[in-house]
Design a protein around this ligand. Sequence first.
Ligand code: PLP
Length: 396
Amino acid sequence: MRHQPGRHFLQIPGPTNTPLPVLAAIARPTIDHRGPAFGKLGREVLAGIKTIFKTEKPVVIYPASGTGAWEAALVNTLSPGDKVLMFETGWFATLWNKMATKLGLAPEFLHGDWRSGVDADAIEARLAEDRTHAIKAVCVIHNETSTGVASNIAAVRRALDRAGHPALLLVDTISSLGSIDYRHDEWGVDVTVGGSQKGLMLPPGLSFNAVSDKALAASKKAKLPRSFWDWEEMIASNQTGYFPYTPATNLLQGLKVALEMLHAEGLDEVFHRHDRAAEATRRAVRHWGFEIQCRSPGECSSSLTAVRLSEGHSADALRAEILARCNMSLGNGLGPLADTVFRIGHLGDFHDLMVTGTLTGVEIGLKARGIPHKSGGVEVAMTYLAGNTGALAAAA
Ligand SMILES: Cc1ncc(COP(=O)(O)O)c(C=O)c1O
């Protein structure tokens, strides 16, 4: 393959750019996962990760991608044939729903339009009808990565409470954790599913379950078969900082540094940085004259923006052009959104120049492919960013 000069811009909505200090930590020699140095590392990351989920409860760390943590959430809490209520926010909600069926659960999928978030009223109405409490869990995606829509999880919690329903609440935060505010304990979530490769700024390979007391109690009675994913042995070993099987030692070395970076910046500042990047991106997209996949401004994701290209133009051809010319990867449209939508990732380790650089790459691609648009989206984004200094304003 031809060498492409210049630094690659990885602007897909995860995996994200891994910062150099994290890469350096991962590149350190592998250590004995039963030795004292590992125990210290284990205790540090197991405690540190709780602050990101905003929980005091155990967070289980798997050497797996996010899909593994989805499975762990289901098999630890549920029994064959259990009804689960899921909401169709987009591609990832659809995949989790398919997994539930494959595992022998009976998921009910509330229909969505792939342009909005979870309809908490619809959840409440369905739960209120379920007088026998046959529904054992409600499963929703906090930030639907296929559409760039972020749902209101506190509203989903209120829906369960108003319906007086005892179902567990399971939430996927794979593309919001460490990018958009999330509160496992305050929002009464029972299992939160996370992944390493997005807001946590690590490569793929770690995933998480934050586990409430209620979920832990449910796991004692749950009958779905599980072994690798079993919380019981994990949580018992984790008390001393160790794992029941070989953990991803080098990724955990990276996680320690990533957590230090997030804490040093401050989570609120991290979220604010994502909000600004998202707003700058949306302003550019609207200026170009394209629609944003997320219909309601209040639900637009701060970690990615899905852009609907005008009819008759291929989003995949545009992405290919941008990759060839600018050495930049953008996210593709998933499922029914294939080739009509492209996704701009603005999450993880980035600053204003990377946001405007990304938008510049898109604008070059639009011009190169002759896709009609109003020139100057990057200028609009720059003007917005210059007037919203974020951390600099706080420091001044
Ligand atoms: C919201 C969401 N859920 C689940 C997944 C699946 O995670 P993984 O691909 O790490 O298995 C992804 C992946 O991008 C995602 O964005």
